[in-house]
Write a protein that binds this ligand. Sequence first.
Ligand code: GLA
Length: 725
Amino acid sequence: MIKLFGNYAKIDTLNSTLLLQIVSGTCFKLHYGNHIKDDDDYTAIFDSVIDTYTSSDDTSYSNTMVSTTGDGNNIENMVRVVSDKNVFLTRFECLGFEVVDINTPYTNTPHALDKDETLKITYKDVVNNLTLYQYISTYKNSDALTFSCELVNSGAKTVFVNRLLSAQLDFEASEVTMHSLDGAWCRERNHNVRVVKNAKTSIESRSGFSSNLHNPFVILEVPNQGVIGSNLIYSGNHMEIVESVPVGRCRFLTGLNDYMMRYKLSVGESLATPEAVICYGNSLDDITSTMHDFVRNHIIRKEFRNKERPVLLNNWEATYFDFTHDKLVKLATLAHSVGIELFVLDDGWFGKRNTDNCSLGDWVDNTEKTGGLDKLSRDIKAQGLKFGLWFEPEMISFDSDLFRAHPEYMMRLPNVDPMEKRNQEMLDLANPQVVDYLVNALSDVFEKVEPDYVKWDCNRNMIDVYSQTLDNHGEYYIRYIRGLYDLCYRLVTRFHNILFEACSAGGNRFDLGMLYFMPQTWASDNSEASHRLVIQEGTLFGYPQSTMGAHVSIVPNHQTLFSTSLESRFNVASIGAFGYELDLEALPSEELETMKKQIKFYKEKRSLLQHGKYFRLGDLTHSNLGGWIVVNDDQTEAIATIVVKKMVYNSVRPRFTFKGLNKDYKYEVSMREQTNLKSTVSFKCYGDVLMNCGIDFKELFFSEVDRYQHGNSFASRMIIIKKVD
Ligand code: GLA
């Protein structure tokens, strides 16, 4: 709820309050933290947090909602605009607050859906006459807010925007603990923690995509103030900055990366930022819970909101490029017999693609291999399976009919050989003609084949950023993402029942922008279970289970050569949008039997696993023990997976405490049947015992047969917790 009174704006969420006040043309943040009561005078807060003394320090003004190059603070700021003569100065005066309705429907610009109220703050730049609008929106039953800005050139001259970020939050604190999700291919979104003190730390992507290097999701723990979570509804270059200055202040900024940015704003034009989703809580668990609900209720499009996701089989690691119609149908038959619901044909079905150096852009069926995609789709659907198909729409190969017909569609600098990566080049999506081409090419296949699912891959980063259609390349990264979003929008609104899964060499573009169009994302090409534990723990800090594609693959794993038991691989993958990615024909019959039981169990518990309230147990990234628990809304049922990564002999047996249960309910605790479990454990106790006392599971973690078969393997157990009537 947003209340305006005097020169205050008070924004209340379920448990938090953001209190703003305009004083002498500056909008200050008086409080962002736990809920505070309505009052008509907050002078006591103002006097203690706003320090407007004039000194020679560069940090004399703090807790402002906007900062620029003209406000006297030479620390990181939010808005940088220059004139054609590179004059950097802007000076914003805050004109006032109003509550507005900007609840736009689903459009080609990803944004949070179903807003409740929005506070609009208007600023006037007295140097160039620009207008800046800042928007802060609330959401019913949520602790999250969204922040965004729009800069309008209401002046008389063209200006260039070198930076326009989405949000700024200042804190009176001499240090901040910053959590982020960082990584690389096959090691995406590892949870990292560092203290920022008297220094600046930034998390950035410059690859053109949100990237596997640094995800836009971050958490800040501010001493004596609480915990703040932040994410950006954007898929391109982003930056999240924390600057701590020795006087005892910290500033957080998030938004579009200003790398190679010089956005031209002619008179009358405007530039809007993506929305930042920001929430306040008292623990890391609070942030995870708020962000999960927010993604489920305000990012995922309505067709897939809280919808159960099918169990799939992807043929990539089963066949790679080497398949025929009959081989695929055989695989699908076997898949159906063990209970799989969706068969996905990955790379290699189009043009003359038998290796990765050709045919990208030629989305034309290779009938020699597929026997005709429409027939293949029919044959697979006739078995009772759904059918899915892989594309990599944003790419082009030199060796392709598309390049021969339209060399100008390629993203490349004139007169220079482009740099190849993974034997491929990128298409110039800043060119609207390329977007039109892709809409038509993909729509043709969708119409003919009627896929139920599409995997949208993107296997390289941008290097030679250039468009034959653009005058000012300081806008390229932004314009590419606009083209991509327009493409996605046109396809997903026309084919709205297709379940799209984003993928980018695994998880190189796992973000809220893609999730707005595509309700799930393949988390990583590394599906080896012990690495996946860490990748998934990181991912689930900010993204709910249903958005995270997770598969069981073969051992030894194709990426890491590690081996883990089939049961542990299932225990790990089943906390996501679940599937298998292996050659079923190569499996012994007892493993197929095990799979059958796993799938049956998954289907029975699917709603809880995909949409239940998730809590981390322990810390699998930085310690030997951990896991997770998912709990249903009325706390009558939960499933926990607990993991011991490495056996430490001659030490106290591993102990676990649980979360999210009802302390007053008595629960029955039992194990999921696992073929590698010799002994089992079951008992009854109250929720408070499960949550407060470390429970030891007796010999369970010592008795596993395949600890001996796979020496390097971890042990995992899935625990079913049910309220006793
Ligand atoms: C990427 C994806 C894989 C697979 C291959 C196909 O690496 O992440 O899952 O689709 O491309 O080339």
